[in-house]
Write a protein of this length. Sequence first.
Length: 322
Amino acid sequence: MKRAHIKGVGHYLPENVVPNAHFEKTLETSNDWIISRSGIERRHFAAEDETTSHLASHAARAALKDAGLEANDLDALIVATSTPDLTFPSAATMVQHQIGMTGGFAFDIQAVCAGFVFALANANALIVSGTAKRVMVIGAETFSRIMDWTDRGTCVLFGDGAGALILEAADGDGTAQDRGVLATDLNSDGTYRDILYVDGGVSTKTTGYLRMEGKEVFRHAIEKLAATAHTAMDSAGVTSEDVDWVVPHQANIRIIKGTAKKMNMPMENVIVTVQDHGNTSAASIPLALSVGKAEGKLKQGDLVVTEAIGGGLAWGAVVLRW
Ligand SMILES: CC(C)(COP(=O)(O)OP(=O)(O)OC[C@H]1O[C@@H](n2cnc3c(N)ncnc32)[C@H](O)[C@@H]1OP(=O)(O)O)[C@@H](O)C(=O)NCCC(=O)NCCS
C-alpha cells in the first residue's frame, strides 16, 4: 500500500522577537499574567514588508534543503493559512513562484489553527490516491495583521511564522509499523462560528480583527483535541503507549497539558514551543515539528500524533511515523 513518507522539514521565524513586556507599555497586562494563563513568553512579528508568502517561502526552502530536493522535484504545494497576502491568488501560487517551482499545482487550505492538520490529511490523500508523488505542506501565518492591539484578551496570544513538511510516496505493508502518515481524523462544526472569528473580509471590504471568547474556546479545546487524537490513534491501530511524541497545536500550555493528560501522555513526550512562538495558528505544528527535529527529539521511526483546533470550529489529528 502507498504511504506518504516524511522527506524533509523546515521553518522560518521573522527576526523581530517581541517579549511579553512589550504589551505592559500599552495594556493593563503583565508578563506574569500572560505566562501563567498561556505559557507564552515571546513571539515573532513579521516586518512591515514581510508577508505570509515570504515567510512560507523561507520555510519551503529550508524543507527542500533538509530533503535534498529542488523546487521542481515537487508535484504539489499546499499552504495552510488564514492570513494570505491577498484575497487571491492563493498564497500557495505565490510561494510556488517565489521558490522557482515551474510545474505541478499549488493551492491554499483554510481551516484556521487546524489548517496544517487539514492540509496534511489532504496531501496524504493526494499521495495515496496516486495524484501526486511529492507534496510540500506549509503552514504560514501573519496573525499580527489581524490583531486588535487594544484587546488584551487576544493580542498577547498570537505570533507570526511558517513551517514546511515534504511528503513523498513510498510503499508500505499497511501496518502501524510503516513509516509515513498512518491515519487522519478531520472534524468541523459551524455552529460555533461566533466564539472565534475575524470581523472582516470580502463582504465587509475590510481585513477585520480576530475576536475570541477565550473561555468558550478553551472549554471545547481539551475535550475535542483528546477525542480526535484517540479516533486517529484507534484508526492507526496504536495506543498512547506506542506514541513517542505528541506535537500539538501550540495555542496555550494549559490546553496542551490538559489534552496530554486526557491522552495519558506524560509531558516529557510532548513537543512544546508555545513559550517562544505564541499561537502561530496553522504554522504552529510544522514549526514544532521542525524545532523538534532540530533539537534531536524527533527521529526516524518515531510515532507522532499531531492534533489541532481552531476557528469554525475545525479540529483534527494525524498519526504518522517519522
Ligand atoms: C484567553 C485565555 C488565556 C484567558 O484566560 P482565562 O483564564 O480564561 O481568563 P478569563 O478570560 O476568564 O479572564 C480573566 C480575567 O483576565 C482578564 N484578562 C484577559 N486578558 C488579559 C491579559 N492579557 N492580561 C491581564 N488580564 C487579562 C480578563 O479581562 C478577565 O478579567 P475580568 O475577570 O475582570 O473580566 C484563555 O481563555 C485561553 O487560553 N483560551 C483559549 C484561547 C486559545 O487558545 N485560542 C486559540 C485556539 S486555536
